[in-house]
Design a protein around this ligand. Structure first.
Ligand SMILES: C[S@@+](CC[C@H](N)C(=O)[O-])C[C@H]1O[C@@H](n2cnc3c(N)ncnc32)[C@H](O)[C@@H]1O
Length: 223
């Protein structure tokens, strides 16, 4: 039975006793998601390519925090974001709607985004705002099929020590096939094997400073 915890920046995360694992860093859930996926991922891509329309693929929808922060970023920067996220084991609506992310992001501009993200039906396109479209797919990565190509992948699986198969070559190869040329793969993990596999798949790999409590993270560009 999952439990809600308060992380060091005051934002919630979920603890899964069976895995002895949390959905985010205990040093700060919002801080981690912002650092890894928004600043080092989405913002980097927008600056690099000077584009106004971005297609994001996320592995592991979880609490919807990355989707929420992306919706906020899209509004703040006048972008159109198409966000597709997959989730094998959706959390209960009861738990999701009590997470404190909207209160932590103190602005009425985004008040209803979090609720809309969670009330959006699975497996269809949802207009969350004029800047943010969302498709949540209730599937595993192993069973996921699409002809779509994405500009960036938020790779947010549980840690390799908890769910090793998610970080193995066949899954990374599948992710690589979802990305367009110059597409970005970004994750909080910086394991050597991950970096070697990404290089073998034709990515240019960067080790960047991580969020608080974590020395490094990885960003990789598909060449
Ligand atoms: C680290 S958490 C994701 C955190 C999430 N991005 C957030 O902001 O809350 C990892 C997620 O991957 C999901 N997951 C586990 N196995 C999966 C699989 N085979 N395919 C897709 N999702 C999976 C888990 O249920 C969990 O929600």
């Amino acid at each position: 039975m999952s439990q809600v915890l308060v992380t060091e920046d005051g934002s919630h995360t979920i603890f899964v006793p069976e895995l002895n694992e949390t959905y985010h860093s205990i040093h700060g859930a919002i801080q981690e998601s912002t650092h890894v996926y928004i600043e080092r991922g989405l913002h980097y891509l927008v600056q690099r390519d000077q584009v106004k329309c971005i297609r994001i693929f996320e592995l592991g929808f979880g609490t919807g925090l990355n989707a929420f922060l992306s919706a906020k970023y899209a509004t703040d920067n006048g972008l159109l974001v198409e966000f597709e996220s997959i989730e094998a084991f959706p959390l209960d609506q009861e738990v999701l709607l009590h997470l404190n992310y909207p209160n932590q992001i103190a602005s009425s501009n985004y008040n209803n985004f979090f609720q809309k993200i969670h009330e959006a039906p699975w497996d269809q396109n949802n207009v969350v705002s004029s800047n943010f479209n969302l498709i949540k797919k209730h599937t595993t990565i192993q069973g996921y099929h699409t002809s779509a190509k994405f500009d960036i992948c938020f790779f947010d699986a549980f840690a390799p020590s908890k769910q090793a198969e998610m970080w193995e070559y066949p899954i990374l190869e599948k992710i690589a096939s979802l990305l367009s040329t110059k597409g970005i793969f970004v994750t909080y993990c910086a394991k050597g094997q991950l970096k070697r596999d990404l290089k073998a798949l034709g990515f240019e790999v960067e080790s960047l400073s991580g969020p608080p409590g974590k020395l490094q993270m990885v960003r990789a560009t598909k060449i």
